[in-house]
Design a protein around this ligand. Structure first.
Ligand code: HEM
Length: 160
């Protein structure tokens, strides 16, 4: 029948076009996961068997394999479930330093932060996302200058 022929033609045409659109479409940036403070707090090592995340400079790392450092009752557990850039920069576990605020850090502390960020965190732990402060501007609009960190020795962990 003519109607069924038209139907078949339509389906063939539709799938061909859809395939074409799919192949041509390339996202301009790699999608990344944004963590709010509340979300990051869930991964503070309290629950046995759950992943442990912490952020340094707004970059969220999966530090689960360092459970002996970061897990419940481990020496650096205070650093996880949040962005603790200041504590890492100062090598301090003082509660006042358990924050992302880098105000007033001296040259030596900033250098130490860079070396621990690159040499320990980026080298050892896979990146799973970024905090809002890194991805968004203060008014909540996307930060056009945002660039995901390069971590070629890890495959991107698909959490979507
Ligand atoms: C008496 C004081 C301390 C001693 C003896 C000590 C000792 C250590 C040791 C033995 C390691 C392991 C190195 C390795 O095997 O890879 C380590 C790593 C580390 N320490 Fe300390 N530490 C002290 C204080 C602190 C403080 C106050 C901080 C605060 C932030 C800190 C942060 C870290 C971090 C972030 C690592 C890297 C852990 C990782 O590889 O994920 N440490 N420390």
């Amino acid at each position: 029948m003519a109607t069924s022929r038209v139907c078949v033609l339509f389906v063939v045409l539709y799938t061909t076009l859809a395939e074409d659109v799919k192949l041509k479409y390339k996202p301009s940036t790699t999608p990344v996961r944004l963590f709010t403070e509340e979300e990051l707090k869930r991964y503070d090592g309290r629950e046995e068997g759950q992943p442990i995340y912490m952020a340094v400079k707004g970059v969220v790392f999966d530090v689960t394999k360092g459970k002996e450092f970061y897990g419940k009752d481990a020496p650096y557990n205070a650093l996880v479930g949040k962005d603790t850039t200041r504590a890492v920069a100062k090598m301090s576990l003082d509660p006042a330093d358990l924050t992302s605020d880098t105000t007033g850090l001296d040259e030596e502390q900033l250098e130490s932060l860079e070396s621990v960020f690159e040499g320990t965190y980026k080298r050892k732990y896979p990146i799973v996302g970024y905090t809002a402060s890194r991805i968004l501007n203060e008014d909540g609009s996307p930060n056009e200058d945002f660039k995901p960190e390069d971590q070629p020795h890890f495959r991107i962990k698909d959490e979507f």
